[in-house]
Design a protein around this ligand. Sequence first.
Ligand code: ATP
Length: 262
Amino acid sequence: MAHTSAAQSEPSGSAPVIEVRMVTVAFGGLLALRGVDLDIMPGERLAVIGPNGAGKSTLFNVIAGDIAPTAGKVAVKGQDCTYRPSRHRPRLGVARTYQKARTFDGLTVRDNIYLALAGHARRHRALWRSSVDARMRSTAANVAETVWLAGQLDHPAGQLAHGQKRQLELGMAIATGPDVMLLDEPASGLSRGERERLIEVLESLAPEVTLLLIEHDMDVAFRIAQRVVVMADGETVTAGSPAQVQKDTNVHRIYLGTEATA
Ligand SMILES: Nc1ncnc2c1ncn2[C@@H]1O[C@H](COP(=O)(O)OP(=O)(O)OP(=O)(O)O)[C@@H](O)[C@H]1O
């Protein structure tokens, strides 16, 4: 069984887009993360799984900049971001989604996506011209189509079903053209059909987009990820391809249950 080093990628010649080094997070006397190491390579599709309380959300939030670690280091594209709050991540091409979608309920689907685009354009000093506005409106419509919301373009976000709201949030993240997407349980609360759509959308992302997801839904995690990191008790227990992780008897013991089959 490998320990923290199991979450290191195979050497591939390029630098990791995200580096997590010996990250520890203590909540009072409780160690939620115990010296976690993780490298995520550009274009990699990585899922972090593990039983309740394993430390997945804490690790995710440290990477996203929502929790500052008690010890250790986080770098994005080689820049030390350990104590940089989450609002700095988009400047580095990092977008994230939340378990509970954060959309503007009074605004339409189009305007939610437009706002995400506008925020990104401002960062890149785009000019506020009518041609830019028209282009962003058209891009918003294209993004809505990508996330299966073309028919709801002019519906207020507040009227969308849970799954559609999550699709919208995913669209808002995709709209910014991120290099790295951090997805917090993207399949949570989705119907079977919506999960299939989610998988289709994620599979349609450009291959250079790096994807990190924490996910309880094994089907989604194993179908999207090239590499799966298994956490338990604040540590990375093992990592490998979905096929390797499904066969790992230690994973069965700590997470899937001994009756699980590969
Ligand atoms: N803000 C907090 N204050 C105190 N303890 C916390 C806090 N956040 C998480 N914890 C504890 O840290 C440990 C790891 O929690 P975390 O949410 O990271 O696990 P998880 O793997 O994401 O679990 P789940 O799958 O249930 O969401 C748990 O014991 C949890 O109770």
